[in-house]
Design a protein around this ligand. Structure first.
Ligand SMILES: Cc1ncc(COP(=O)(O)O)c(C=O)c1O
Length: 314
């Protein structure tokens, strides 16, 4: 971890190295926590780090916590402000990542949700690309099914659920793929290990509905808005069959970490012509200008994190 990284922990901002929990912590033992991942994008022209759609992430965090029967007193505005403070203190002049976590902090043995106290922590670290966004990735349909809403709700970003993602991701990489695509228990396409999925067929964008065991992704929502409003593309939310992956014209994965990651192969079948698709490239171009605060029409999604003027590099 970088020397200058900081965390919000037990109500105070401390050096990241001091933000520690006990091995007895309930969330550590039982996966009873929830989290978010928020990107901060460095804009060299503005000498500014823009937090992308931070309020939406903190609102989703509150919903995930509610599902785990946890509340926290900090308002979304306060949490956005804390995230900015962590970036300022870390003196980040680069892309970065904010990770808030709400967790059952009691040091008690016994699996349950009730009668346990919630803790909220948040840290900020420098962060580059998570998966390839240039040449396209190769995916495999996972033998691991996506968790069902009545098993562990995928719409809540719960720490424990990421075992499902980790099983799929490792299987995919060990089988020679870059990423996994997980199906629902009834065999429909759900999402990647940490990304939502879109297909292009006959010029239309298709993505699984929120009732098909997916995380209700903020990038997914961003992509849908950009496609409709800026490119005039029809976006359809409907269940997707596995075999549609094999005949799609284009496929991409999207998420805060993955951004927009083109998929050029699924289960050793080329997607379209096996190269990054035209619509995917168009969406990437708009997306990267939006997240860096360069698209005037979407500045409302970009919160400047640095308050004082940042001197130019010598
Ligand atoms: C399982 C899963 N699906 C989808 C996403 C994409 O969500 P978002 O765009 O809000 O980051 C993520 C990443 O957070 C994820 O972990």
């Amino acid at each position: 971890m970088p020397d200058r990284a900081f965390a919000y922990f037990e109500g105070k901002i401390v050096p990241l190295s001091e933000a520690k929990v006990s091995v007895v912590t309930h969330a550590f033992n039982y996966g009873t926590g929830c989290f978010e991942g928020i990107r901060g994008y460095w804009n060299e022209d503005d000498r500014q780090v823009y937090l992308f759609r931070a309020p939406e992430h903190f609102d989703r965090l509150r919903n995930s916590a509610k599902i785990l029967r946890m509340e926290f007193p900090e308002t979304t505005e306060q949490l956005c402000d804390l995230a900015c403070q962590l970036i300022m203190l870390g003196e980040f002049r680069e892309d970065c990542y904010i990770r808030p976590v709400v967790y059952k902090k009691d040091e008690k043995v016994g699996v349950r949700l009730h009668n346990l106290e919630a803790g909220l922590t948040m840290f900020a670290v420098p962060f580059g690309p998570y998966v390839d966004v240039d040449t396209g990735i190769r995916c495999g349909v996972s033998s691991w099914r996506r968790v069902d809403d009545n098993i562990a709700p995928a719409r809540a970003k719960l720490t424990g659920i990421y075992v499902n993602s980790a099983l799929a991701k490792t299987e995919a990489e060990e089988n020679g793929f870059d990423e996994a695509i997980m199906l629902t228990d009834d065999g429909h396409v759900a999402e990647g290990s940490a990304e939502n999925i879109f297909l292009v067929r006959r010029g239309q964008l298709i993505t699984p509905p929120v009732s098909d065991n997916i995380l209700e992704g903020i990038t997914r929502d961003t992509v849908m808005q950009l496609a409709r409003e800026d490119l005039g593309i029809l976006v359809i939310e409907r269940s997707i069959d596995r075999s549609e992956l094999y005949i799609a014209d284009e496929i991409f994965l999207c998420g805060t970490g993955a951004q927009i990651s083109p998929v050029v192969e699924v289960d050793r079948r080329a997607v379209g012509k096996g190269v990054v698709g035209v619509i995917t490239r168009q969406l990437q171009d708009i997306y990267f200008s939006v997240v860096r605060g360069k698209h005037a029409g979407y500045r409302r999604w970009c919160q400047p994190a640095l308050r004082q003027d940042v001197p130019s590099k010598a």
